[in-house]
Design a protein around this ligand. Structure first.
Ligand code: ASP
Length: 336
């Protein structure tokens, strides 16, 4: 009997303290990174972006606070940004060279690394939902173009008229790019892709990304956003990442997977790993940024541009949105 009591006492002592066991969640979102100059942004414009980011962050945080899944939180955060004309995803997507809007998205569940992605979709209001449908209702990971749209119809998605996605501001960017023979970077100044990463109270991670790509894209160009491992990755063993930036470089570096793989192998500090991988992107000539969450509940950003539309919230009371570099007030690590 004494032996049994001793064993029970030992077992209790080796359990983590109750406080460490407490449920925790965290979420980070982005609405693109780029050359953002505070002097160029009116207070009204800034308030508009902050409100849109806050709305997305609150939607995702509410799911997590109520005990919902990281996957649901990621979708809940991304959808309002797809619906907002301010971001380059869903409504407000950039124009292709041919004057259309072609949408890419991907999503990944860190529990089992199941993933779904779509590219070059023109008639689906919320491409992130279609990407998730590919994950849950097909035996595939990545569908493109008219095939992806046929799959959407099969699965009951409404056909959205392509005009819905078009905005005047984005059309003017395309016209300027053509008239002045500029690159996408010259006219866009910022990458307006949207993304979200989340940790839920069950300890599961998820990541999602949605974009219109880059202004003036041709020949069926697809960037990193729908490429699992480049723009999006989630693995419960390491982290969840969503990227924004010059997609070709993010594909070449395999940014999202690279960050998760380094974290898993080395157990190094997440911020350092993200900064190192972004430095690698910069060394090749690319720019942009990433958001990530870790199983420990850290919610981090790393970008090599002057700004990134971003936000984060945690169960520890962090809840903030920011645009330019170094605006965060809170520590990124929830203190339970
Ligand atoms: N990464 C996206 C792409 O290359 C662009 C963006 O982040 O806005 O398509």
């Amino acid at each position: 009997m004494k032996k049994l009591i001793a064993l029970v006492a030992l077992a209790l002592m080796t359990q983590p303290a109750l406080a460490d066991d407490a449920p925790k969640w965290s979420i980070a979102i982005h609405g693109g990174a780029g050359t953002l100059d505070p002097a160029q942004m009116t207070p009204e414009r800034r308030a508009e972006y902050e409100a849109a980011l806050q709305k997305a962050l609150d939607a995702g945080a509410a799911v997590l606070a109520e005990g919902g899944s990281a996957m649901d939180a990621v979708k809940a955060a991304i959808m309002p940004m797809e619906d907002s004309p301010l971001f380059n995803a869903g409504k407000g997507a950039v124009f292709t060279w041919d004057g259309t809007n072609e949408l890419d998205a991907s999503i990944m569940d860190g529990r089992d690394r199941s993933a779904g992605a779509v590219a070059g979709v023109k008639t689906v209001k919320n491409p992130i939902l279609l990407a998730d449908k590919v994950r849950t209702d097909s035996e595939h990971v990545f569908l493109m173009g008219t095939g992806a749209e046929a799959f959407a119809v099969d699965k009951g998605f409404a056909v959205t008229p392509p005009d819905y996605f078009a905005t005047e501001a984005r059309r003017r960017s395309l016209e300027r790019l053509k008239a002045e023979k500029l690159s996408a970077l010259d006219v866009d100044h910022k990458f307006g892709t949207v993304g979200a990463v989340a940790l839920d109270q069950s300890g599961n991670l998820a990541a999602g990304t949605s974009t219109g790509g880059m202004t003036g894209k041709r020949w069926g160009r697809v960037g990193d956003a729908p490429v699992i491992g480049a723009g999006t990755y989630a693995d419960n063993r390491s982290c969840a990442v969503s990227a924004t930036g010059w997609g070709e470089y993010f594909i070449r570096v395999g940014v999202a997977h690279e960050i998760c793989a380094r974290l898993r192998a080395a157990g190094a500090a997440a911020q350092q790993v993200a900064d190192d991988v972004m430095a690698d992107v910069a060394s090749l000539g690319g720019d942009g940024g990433v958001i990530l969450v870790t199983p420990e509940g850290e919610a981090l950003f790393s970008f090599n541009t002057t700004g990134m539309y971003r936000g984060r919230a945690t169960s520890a009371g962090v809840r903030e949105v920011a645009i330019f570099g170094g605006e965060e007030k809170a520590s990124s690590t929830p203190d339970h």
